[in-house]
Unconditional design. Structure first.
Length: 545
């Protein structure tokens, strides 16, 4: 159990499993409204600050980039742990009556910093994983994003096993558990560089199998709960099994460490044969740079710089890894990514934020709506995991650039919105599967594409800037489109009445389908702009392995 990139991956997985507080707002939103005397509009305002905090992660990216030379992801995780506690613990005190009701602006600020903690966890875990496995970044980022998608369902299972019917305790869980777990594991999350001594894909597939097993297990539990309520002894057994599944990455860590140790010993016997090569290569600037980055082999990079293929900036770095935030923002590709994410993430968030009202208008029971919300985390996971793994496979075997998969998922999301707008029996179930899967795909593909186009060095900063597109798109579509059209359908008594029928959201979802289709066109344009870059830079590196 020595520290390695395998133990770093397992520790990151466990931190991701408790980082999904963003997806659990529905558990305590009613308590927050009743205990603080909020109107629905005030509660929506607090929820908006939650969404902004959960996506405004540029500070975590800057902190990661500045601290990498001196300490890696450790400071980022420490700040995330502090923010989570400082945000959720005062909210818990407020809803329990231990302190006077805070003003609404203060509650919005507390919700903002509580949600912002997840961006620090996510930045540290995802960027570190991508740096440790740069040649398999699609798979490993999909694993990290997948467990983040599952974390909401995992936290809810813990709550229902321990404090069912007491939502105030759920806030206490959110304040304490992620903080303590992160502080316990943060020393294991380290950057070890591209120090592979063999093919990492079989062992990464072990992590993938674990994530799929956990997702299938959680899905079975959710469906079981939708049929009949579970008694406490059964819940305890179910949760213990879940913990055992979540502990199973230890086996892959041990196998990875043993394999690397064995291969290192074999390579050590041949070190005298490599020494002259290393000494001779030491004077070569490109070879020296690669050795400083921890690579075990000397590679002379004779491929053309990526900026000559695709960059739209006037001042460009010499190598892809040198893109800073300002340099990236000076390219057309950055803004294509930004607008495509605003279309995809915005329409996806608008769907999940309004799924309760959509179900009510279509005649779904509260239990059916609750099941839909729980299943959303499963579809979200499958999209996050599947997009990374599948895009890795087709990039290696067929040479398909990843932006093509972003375009495909946005087109599929558009179909899901059209299905929901139809209002037909079962349309919300089918449509939410399409939208949930594609929403998860976007969260996996976007950071991988960012790291490939703009490099790994400032990946956290650049991707978190692009992620700001998500709350912007959500605000425009949720408030200015879905909310406005809903209020028009209800009429002047919108505070006292609820809309009923498929007409309540039909126009809204047709608009969101059009927005997703526009995002698909933007992603296709990004695909054509970067296709040569993938063919000349990314694909040869992968095929050289």
């Amino acid at each position: 159990m020595r520290r390695s990139k395998w133990s770093a991956t397992a520790a990151s997985i466990w931190i991701q499993c408790t980082s999904g507080s963003l997806y659990c707002f529905g558990i305590y939103s009613s308590l927050l409204r009743s205990s603080q005397g909020y109107s629905q509009s005030t509660l929506n305002t607090v929820a908006l600050f939650k969404d902004i905090g959960g996506n405004a992660g540029i500070s975590s990216g800057f902190l990661y980039s500045s601290s990498f030379r001196g300490g890696g992801p450790g400071p980022v995780l420490a700040v995330g742990a502090a923010l989570g506690f400082l945000g959720y613990f005062p909210i818990w005190l407020a809803v329990t009556g231990a302190v006077p009701r805070p003003p609404v602006p203060l509650m919005c600020f507390l919700m903002f910093i509580a949600a912002n903690a997840s961006t620090f966890f996510n930045t540290a875990d995802v960027v570190t994983a991508a740096r440790n496995f740069p040649d398999n970044r699609g798979t490993v980022v999909g694993i990290m994003k997948g467990f983040l998608g599952l974390s909401g369902a995992i936290l809810i299972q813990l709550y229902r096993t321990s404090f069912e019917g007491k939502p105030s305790y759920f806030l206490l869980i959110l304040a304490v558990l992620p903080t303590l777990l992160t502080l316990l594991l943060m020393s294991f999350v380290e950057v070890h560089g591209n120090t592979s001594h063999g093919d990492d894909r079989p062992l990464l597939n072990g992590f993938s199998v674990i994530s799929l097993t956990v997702a299938g297990y959680l899905m079975a539990i959710i469906l079981w709960e939708s049929v009949q309520p579970l008694k406490l002894p059964i819940r305890v057994v179910i949760f213990v099994i879940l913990l055992l599944l979540l502990a199973s990455p230890i086996r892959t860590v041990i196998k990875g460490n043993l394999r690397d140790s064995s291969l290192q010993s074999e390579e050590g016997l041949l070190v005298h044969e490599r020494t002259p090569l290393l000494d001779g290569a030491g004077s070569h600037p490109e070879a020296r740079e690669k050795m400083e980055h921890g690579e075990a082999r000397v590679v002379y990079d004779k491929m053309p710089p990526p900026n000559r293929v695709f960059s739209g900036a006037h001042i460009v770095p010499k190598r892809e890894e040198d893109y800073t935030l300002l340099q990236a923002m000076g390219t057309v590709n950055f803004w294509l990514m930004f607008l495509a994410m605003a279309c995809g993430m915005g329409s996806g968030l608008s769907t999940v934020n309004n799924i309760g009202q959509i179900g009510h208008s279509l005649g779904y029971t509260s239990k059916e709506t609750s099941t839909l919300v729980s299943l959303w985390s499963i579809w979200n996971f499958l999209g996050r995991f599947g997009a990374g793994y599948i895009s890795d496979y087709f990039l290696r075997s067929r040479g398909y650039a990843r932006p093509l998969f972003m375009a495909i998922t946005l087109a599929t999301m558009s179909i899901g919105h059209v299905v929901i707008s139809s209002g037909m029996p079962g349309a919300l179930y089918v449509g939410s599967i399409f939208v949930g899967l594609c929403y998860g795909c976007q969260w996996s593909l976007a950071p991988i594409i960012t790291s490939e186009i703009f490099g790994l060095r400032h990946m956290g900063t650049i991707f978190n800037m692009i992620s700001i597109a998500s709350p912007i798109g959500s605000y425009i579509l949720s408030v200015k489109v879905v909310g406005y059209i809903y209020d028009v359908k209800v009429g002047p008594l919108s505070d006292l009445r609820a809309c009923s029928g498929d007409h309540c959201f039909m126009i809204s979802f047709l608009i969101m389908a059009s927005v997703s289709l526009f995002g698909c066109l933007l992603a296709l344009l990004l695909f054509f702009r970067t296709r040569k870059f993938y063919e000349q830079v990314i694909l040869p590196r992968l095929q050289h392995l």
